[in-house]
Design a protein around this ligand. Structure first.
Ligand code: ARG
Length: 404
C-alpha cells in the first residue's frame, strides 16, 4: 500500500494511539505524523499528552479546544432530540466522534495532508463513526487505521512502543476501558464483560452510590428557551458551566448511572456502564417541558423521530441526509419549548415535581379543573363520542351478528 506522506492522527495519549506513530512511519512509510488532540473536557493535562505525542515521534501536535462546540453543537441538539439509544444511552461518547472527525479533516486541510488516521479497533462503534464522518467531510482523504490491522495484544503493543521509546503506562493499569468527556464516562472490559456481574464502586467517578448520596433531597429548576437549557438552579449559565453544574448536582445525588447491553453497529452485543448525570437530567427535564408545550400529535410523532435520530448518531451518520432532515423537523418543534421544569433529586432518583411555560403552555387549568365548569360544555361530549366511536360500534354489532 502506498500511504500518503503526511498523516493527521487522532491522538489521545493512550498506548494504542501512541504506538500508531512509529507504526505509521515504519509499516506505512509515512514521513510525517501530525498528532491532533481533542479537548472535550476529559480533564487530562493535555500539554502532557502533547509532549507524549512529540516524544513518540510526531512532527507536530495540536490541541483543539472543542469543549464549547461539543456542548453547543452536539450535546444541545441531543437534548432537543431527547436522544437515548435503545431508550437508555444518551450518546455521550458517540456525539464526540463526528466533532473530532470534523477537526481531523480541517487539520489535514490546513497542513496539506492527504490522509488521516485513528487508533480504533475493528470491534467497536467509534471506527464506524470516524470513518463515516471523515468520508462525508473529506471524501478524498485516505483513512489509515493501524489498530484494525496490527493484531497486537496489549502487552505486545506496549513492548512494541518501548522499542521506540514510548514508555509503558505509568499509572497502575485500570482494569477497564474508559472513555471520558464533559458529558460523562463510558466504562467497559475486564470483569464487566460478564453481564451478570454488578459493577463495583471503582467504576464510578461522577456519581455517588445510593448509600453515599445525601439523605435529604434537593430541588432544582431548569429553564429552557427554544429547547435549549439556559438556566440551572435559577442562574443564567453558559453551556459549559450549565453542564458542569448539572453533572455536579445530579452526580451528588447518585442520578445518571446506566448499566446496559447495547447493540453495536458491527453486530456485537456489549455490556457498558455509563455515568452521564447532567445530560440525562437535562434530557429528562426537556422531555417534560415538551409535554406541556407541544401538541399531542407532535409529541407522538417526535418520539419516532427521536428514536431514529439516536440510532443514526450511534451508528455514525451524524453527517448524512436523513439526520439533516430530522434536524429540520426537530428545529421546527422547538420554538415553543420555553419554560421551567422543577426536579427533586434524591438517592439515585430525579423526580419531576413541576413544569411551567408562561407563554407556550397548552395546559389550561380552567379546562382541566374538576372544581368549576365555566369554559367547558359537558353536553358536547355526547355528540363527539357518538361519532368518535361510530366505526367501532358498527364493528361490534357485526361481530355480534356473526357469532349468532
Ligand atoms: N459503547 C459506547 C459507544 O459506542 C462507548 C464506546 C467507548 N467505550 C469505552 N469504554 N471505551 O458509544
Amino acid at each position: 500500500m502506498v500511504a500518503a506522506k503526511k498523516v493527521v492522527l487522532a491522538y489521545s495519549g493512550g498506548v494504542d494511539t501512541s504506538i500508531c506513530i512509529p507504526y505509521l512511519k515504519n509499516i506505512y512509510g509515512v514521513s510525517e505524523v501530525i498528532a491532533y488532540i481533542a479537548d472535550l473536557g476529559q480533564g487530562d493535562d493535555l500539554n502532557i499528552v502533547k509532549q507524549k505525542a512529540l516524544d513518540s515521534g510526531a512532527s507536530e501536535a495540536f490541541i483543539g479546544n472543542l469543549v464549547e462546540s461539543f456542548i453547543e453543537n452536539y450535546a444541545y441538539p441531543a437534548i432537543r432530540a431527547n436522544a437515548l439509544y435503545l431508550g437508555k444511552y444518551p450518546l455521550s461518547t458517540a456525539l464526540a466522534r463526528p466533532l473530532i472527525a470534523e477537526n481531523l479533516v480541517a487539520t489535514a486541510r490546513s497542513c496539506d495532508a492527504m490522509a488521516v488516521a485513528h487508533g480504533c479497533t475493528g470491534k467497536g462503534n467509534d471506527q464506524v463513526r470516524f470513518d463515516l464522518a471523515i468520508n462525508a467531510l473529506g471524501p478524498d482523504l485516505e483513512i489509515i487505521t493501524p489498530a484494525r490491522e496490527w493484531k497486537m495484544s496489549r502487552e505486545e503493543a506496549i513492548s512494541y512502543g518501548e522499542k521506540f521509546g514510548i514508555p509503558a503506562p505509568v499509572s497502575k493499569k485500570s482494569p477497564y476501558s474508559i472513555d471520558v468527556n464533559l458529558l460523562g464516562r463510558s466504562v467497559e472490559a475486564g470483569y464487566l464483560e460478564d453481564p451478570m456481574r454488578p459493577p463495583s464502586d471503582d467504576v464510578f467517578e461522577m456519581t455517588a452510590s445510593i448509600q453515599e448520596a445525601p439523605d435529604i433531597s434537593e430541588e432544582v429548576e431548569i429553564e429552557f428557551k427554544n429547547g435549549y437549557p439556559i438556566k440551572f438552579g435559577g442562574e443564567n449559565l453558559k453551556s459549559i458551566e450549565l453542564i458542569k453544574s448539572a453533572n455536579i448536582l445530579a452526580g451528588k445525588h447518585g442520578f445518571g448511572r446506566i448499566d446496559m447491553i447495547e447493540d453495536r453497529v458491527v453486530g456485537i452485543k456489549s455490556r457498558e456502564i455509563y455515568e452521564t448525570p447532567g445530560l440525562l437530567l437535562l434530557i429528562k427535564a426537556h422531555k417534560e417541558l415538551e409535554s406541556i408545550t407541544l401538541s399531542p400529535e407532535v409529541i407522538d410523532f417526535k418520539e419516532f423521530i427521536e428514536k431514529k435520530w439516536s440510532q443514526l448518531v450511534y451508528q455514525g451518520f451524524w453527517f448524512g441526509p436523513l439526520k439533516e432532515a430530522l434536524d429540520s423537523f426537530i428545529e421546527s418543534t422547538q420554538k415553543n419549548v420555553n419554560g421551567i421544569v422543577k426536579i427533586r433529586l434524591h438517592k439515585g432518583n430525579a423526580i419531576i415535581v413541576g413544569r411551567n411555560s408562561s407563554n407556550n403552555s397548552l395546559y389550561r387549568e380552567d379546562l382541566a379543573t374538576y372544581s368549576h365548569d365555566d369554559s367547558f360544555n359537558h353536553e358536547n361530549a355526547k355528540g363527539f363520542i357518538y361519532m368518535w366511536g361510530m366505526a367501532n360500534k358498527i364493528w361490534a354489532e357485526s361481530s355480534l351478528k356473526d357469532s349468532k
